[in-house]
Ligand binder design. Structure first.
Ligand SMILES: [Mn+2]
Length: 480
């Protein structure tokens, strides 16, 4: 315990160095280049640094990137930037950063596994290097908030984005889906500023103000098969179980239900989800800590932390991360409307894809994996999300990884593979499987043990799937 506390102090002190470098460049009037991860946490992280800089009167630009590679860092270096700030990415690529940005002041704020690389002009801040848990205790946006607070104590309001980032990265792993570790400190700051309220209840998006059926239909984490993205079905479901949608001419929100009604809703919903094949964990996760932002407009997705995170996630998934950045920077006008439209479209599409997969019985069971060949039936930007939902909701009968394919541009096939932690403990490593199968064909592949992907030529699709099936079999066999 003592060790942990000193780790935390060292960690919090490490922001001073970054703040110093930034102040120096702001004084000189330099344009600061923020490079951030193109996912919901990354969007919140990059924007948090952007807002802090804007308040200092500093010019900046933000670019959202799916991954770091040599080409990207080379092109950043080619612009001869004076200061580059990486957020929610970079720790695993310090070697590449050191190679191409050796002569440029660089700050890396990340919570992914770091490489051990030192460089004179590099300030690297990562909770893992101080013995903290990067996957549960703090997000990229949380790190960005701590930096903003170090730059100016007045940046307390940016704590809200820190909460959004933590929820986006599913760091709500505490009891009753609460945040843990340093995230609790950020939560405290947000509450103190009157920007955050929490309560434990059903977690459907829009607890306070949104009509019940809409709250249910808009919930996407967890994705509720048959309900998420389908308001008409949610209306029918609520009517069927006898919950009044309106009272005295007013639509009722979750907070208007009596305790007894909530219990009834929860138990009927559990029944529905079990009949859809969902796992009990998903159902337990429906009750938890809700994070509400009382200063945001009622009935918008920004009022609820998880929904805010889902909105940013949809922007990233639909290749419009800059819309998410605009929202985090404060836009509540045109960009916000466009993002909301995109979010609705995204939800409807996922719901449609899941129905289509089920109706057409597209999931094939093979020896060691499930296969979903979607062709051009599923947008290749969303195929990974569909695979994750199929796996996590328990719609697959036996415990096997799922490998899903969809047509991409120029005759290419995109592959997304997903496995559970339990499968990984049994020996499965999808990142290795994708890489190996890609090497034996002319594709490219890789990733993590639980989530991996590949690109290959269309005519090699079947051969690739056979190889993956075989490799996963070997991985499972070699463990025995
Ligand atoms: Mn992150």
């Amino acid at each position: 315990m003592g060790l942990q506390v000193s780790g935390r102090e060292d960690f919090l002190r490490s922001f001073e160095g970054a703040a110093e470098v930034i102040r120096r460049h702001v004084e000189r009037g330099d344009i600061i280049h923020i490079v951030t991860h193109s996912d919901a946490d990354g969007i919140a992280a990059g924007s948090t640094v952007g807002r802090a800089l804007r308040r200092m009167g500093a010019p900046f630009k933000i670019s959202c990137e799916k991954r770091i590679d040599e080409g990207l860092v080379e092109s950043i270096a080619a612009e001869s930037p004076s200061l580059v700030v990486f957020t929610d990415m970079g720790s695993g690529y310090l070697d590449i950063i050191e190679k191409h940005l050796r002569d440029v002041d660089t700050v890396v704020l990340d919570h992914h596994l770091p490489l051990d690389v030192q460089s004179e002009r590099l300030v690297h801040i990562n909770p893992i290097t101080c013995g903290l848990d990067g996957s549960r205790e703090i997000s990229g946006a949380g790190l960005a908030y701590l930096l903003a607070r170090t730059l100016d104590g007045g940046n307390l309001d940016l704590s809200v984005l820190g909460i959004v980032g933590a929820l986006a990265d599913q760091q709500d792993k505490g009891e009753k889906r609460a945040l843990l570790g340093l995230n609790i400190e950020i939560e405290g700051a947000a509450k103190e500023a009157g920007l955050l309220e929490t309560r434990v209840d059903l977690i459907f998006y829009g607890y306070e103000t949104r009509p019940l059926a809409q709250a249910l239909a808009r919930t996407t984490t967890p994705f509720l098969p048959g309900l998420s993205g389908r308001e008409d079905r949610c209306v029918a479901f609520l009517q069927e179980i006898g919950i009044e949608l309106k009272r005295e001419g007013r639509w009722r929100a979750l907070k208007d239900l009596t305790e007894e009604e909530k219990r009834h809703l929860y138990s009927q919903l559990s029944k529905h989800l079990l009949s859809e094949g969902c796992k009990p964990e998903i159902i337990h996760g429906l009750v938890g800590t809700i994070y509400l932002f009382p200063r945001e407009e009622p009935r918008t997705p920004l009022r609820d932390g998880r929904e805010y995170a889902s909105l940013l996630n949809a922007c990233a998934r639909m290749d419009r991360p800059s819309l998410g950045v605009s929202i985090c920077l404060g836009d509540r006008g045109r960009c916000f409307e466009e993002a909301e439209r995109l979010f609705n479209e995204y939800r409807r599409r996922i719901a449609g894809y899941l129905e289509w997969v089920e109706e057409m019985k597209l999931i094939e069971e093979r020896r060691n994996i499930y296969v979903l060949r979607a062709g051009s039936g599923i947008d290749d930007r969303i195929i990974g999300v569909v695979a994750s939902i199929l796996l996590s909701t328990g719609l697959l009968e036996r415990e096997k990884p799922i490998v899903a394919t969809a047509k991409s541009d120029e005759g290419l096939i995109k592959v997304s593979a997903r496995a559970t932690e339990r499968m990984v403990r049994a020996g499965v490593d999808l990142g290795a499987a994708m890489m190996k199968a890609a090497e034996k064909t002319s594709g490219r592949g890789g990733g993590h043990d639980t989530a991996a992907g590949a690109f290959l030529r269309e005519e090699e699709e079947e051969r690739f799937l056979e190889l993956v099936d075989e490799i996963v079999g070997e991985q499972l066999g070699s463990r025995e």
